[in-house]
Design a protein around this ligand. Structure first.
Ligand code: NOJ
Length: 583
């Protein structure tokens, strides 16, 4: 393996979703001063890098992933001087700050788009992707191709004044930039330098693998005949010039600095397609987020149905992890390790068991999994508390996300047209309760006071009902809490290079209940045993190692903590997770 070290490889990154983190001024919206107020909490947890989801000026059509000014802070979050102050607080504590770089698209309220839309002759017209309409046999105006927007409907919106369509892979308020235009690329390099010069330590790059679309923008094959518009990710993900552009970014911006860079690369489950972004010889990015694990509980097949749940097997889960852990290690491929972010529901509800009896235990078991895998660690706000999805009893009005709302309205319309007035949407709400992005976006639960101590005003989104018992204040005082477990787990990871750089071997790849693996680096070996079920399971480790020399260093069941020595046959209680080390 290649074990070249780097600070960003051993780093623990904590993702903050600013609108829901902490509100310092009582307007119901989290803000930069609120993040500043919680820096000691984050430092104490063991965080090295903060990644802020977007805090730039934005109409918040997609919660800030629609930027109208890259060089300013949205007034709801604060000011540039608040940002400077936050950065100072972060650096004073020996941490780093990473910004979200959203440059596949802008907001339609960005001045670049306003100019671009103003006329066909405007110098910025070509900064976005404009195309004339097509006309069908009956002479009706149609979009230039059949691509579907990720958030439903056509990926094109018509501008009456100039009689052309513009492309938006996400909502209509998120027009795609035309990266084939060198002026666009230069503008992106300039705005990156603006933040680097101000002191930011790196970037998470939103859907960076979508910036180059297939030439000619042809129709996508019809994989979903029931829909007017088709999934076209094969024509816009990892497109023909994407590596040329990221190499240029590296050459012109990144190479002069020691930054942390991570590309978000959805619609790609083929590891070899992602290698080029990451392999050191390619000079592009440090690492990428692939979504194979996060898509595990979505239906297979052509259509992407993120809000419908599919049952999964542990053998599928471990196969994905094993494949990526071992992927091109000799060539220096570096992984990201995450099981939560702002685009997915809570990990304890998806991969553990969020019933009261198992919730804390399974959240801790997932912590053992995460901290014992290779790759830079990404912990999402509230994950360290075992926060779970909000209840099924909440109605559609509590789902604020544009993706949820669009999906709901699409199905409602379909069913109303087909069946008349009495429309049953309960199955859709079932899916939302398990899968919607909204579950990760509820306000952070700080204490047992009103609105979980998140705000003194009216929170922009309802706080989860369980905040009186599941909150930071209760958990930091409780040595047996999920929070205390995470803190201990991160300390153990940082003290043991084998957990960061070791080679991964799955000990029983076909097992459907227990995920057992080793990590090895030089003479050091770590052994991890994770029971993903409620049942007690007996597991035989085989006789390849002298297991009696392994010491238990982390376990989520207190009673088991006392046991010393490990033998070939192990009994694991429901959702038990153990980490052993052999020195
Ligand atoms: C990925 C972001 O994580 C998500 O929240 C957003 O909706 C899309 N990209 C579009 O920017």
């Amino acid at each position: 393996m290649s074990d070249s070290r780097a600070w960003w490889k051993s780093a623990v990154v904590y993702q903050i979703y600013p609108i829901s983190f902490f509100d310092s001024n009582g307007d119901g919206i989290g803000d930069l001063n609120g993040i500043h107020a919680k820096l000691d909490y984050l430092k104490d947890l063991g965080v090295d890098v903060l990644w802020l989801s977007p805090i730039y000026r934005s109409p918040l059509a997609d919660m800030g992933y629609d930027i109208s000014d890259y060089r300013d802070i949205d007034p709801r979050y604060g000011t540039l001087s608040d940002w400077d102050n936050l950065l100072k607080g972060v650096h004073d504590r020996g941490m780093k700050l990473m910004m979200d770089l959203v440059v596949n698209h802008t907001s339609d309220e960005h001045e670049w788009f306003v100019e671009s839309k103003s006329s066909k002759e405007n110098p910025k017209r070509d900064w976005y992707v404009w195309r004339p309409p097509r006309f069908d046999a009956a002479g009706r105006r149609q979009p230039p191709n059949n691509w579907r927007s990720v958030f439903q409907g056509s990926a094109w919106d018509y501008d009456e004044a100039s009689e052309e369509y513009y492309l938006h892979l996400y909502v209509a308020k998120q027009p795609d930039l035309n990266w084939d235009n060198p002026d666009v690329r230069q503008a992106v390099w300039d705005l990156m330098n603006f933040w680097i010069d101000r002191g930011c330590d790196g970037f998470r790059m939103d859907v960076i693998n979508l910036i180059s679309k297939v030439e000619g923008l042809p129709d996508a094959p019809i994989t979903d005949p029931d829909h007017e518009f088709q999934l076209a990710s094969a024509l816009f993900a990892n497109g023909p010039r994407v590596h040329e552009y990221i190499k240029e970014m590296n050459r012109k911006v990144l190479s002069a600095h020691d930054l942390i860079t991570v590309g978000e690369t959805p619609f790609t489950h083929d590891a070899s397609q992602l290698a080029a972004y990451v392999l050191p010889t390619n000079n592009e990015l440090n690492m990428v987020f692939h979504f194979e694990l996060m898509d595990l509980d979505s239906p297979r097949g052509g259509e992407h149905k993120p809000l419908i749940h599919r049952d999964w097997k542990l053998s599928e889960f471990r196969e994905i992890i094993g494949r990526w852990q071992n992927f091109k290690r000799a060539e220096g491929f570096w992984n990201t390790t995450f099981i939560e972010n702002h685009d997915h529901s809570r990990s304890v509800s998806r991969f553990g068991n969020d019933a009261e009896k198992w919730r804390a235990l399974s959240a801790k078991m997932l912590a053992v999994l995460q901290i014992s895998l290779g790759g830079t660690q990404y912990v999402y706000q509230g994950q360290e508390l075992g926060l779970k999805n909000f209840p099924r009893s909440w109605g559609i009005e509590e789902y604020k996300d544009v993706a949820s709302q669009n999906d709901w309205n699409r199905v409602l319309k379909q069913r109303t047209e087909a069946d008349g007035k009495e429309v049953d949407m309960s199955d859709i709400l079932d899916g939302f309760q398990r899968k919607a992005r909204d579950h990760a976006r509820t306000p952070m639960q700080w204490d047992a006071t009103v609105h979980a101590g998140f705000t003194t005003g009216e929170p922009w989104m309802r706080v989860n009902d369980d905040y009186k018992t599941w909150n930071v204040s209760a958990q930091v005082q409780d040595s047996d809490s999920v929070h205390s477990f995470w803190k201990e787990a991160l300390t153990i990871r940082k003290a043991n290079d084998v957990l960061i750089y070791g080679d991964f071997v799955d000990l029983c790849p076909k097992h459907e209940q227990v995920f057992a693996y080793t990590r090895t680096l030089g003479n050091a070996t770590a052994l991890v045993l994770l029971n993903f079920t409620e049942d007690e399971v007996t597991l035989s480790l085989g006789s390849e190692q002298d297991w009696s020399t392994f010491q238990l260093v982390l376990v989520n069941l207190d009673a088991e903590r006392q046991k010393v020595g490990l033998s070939e046959v192990v009994l694991l209680k429901g959702f038990e997770g153990r980490l052993f080390l052999k020195a």
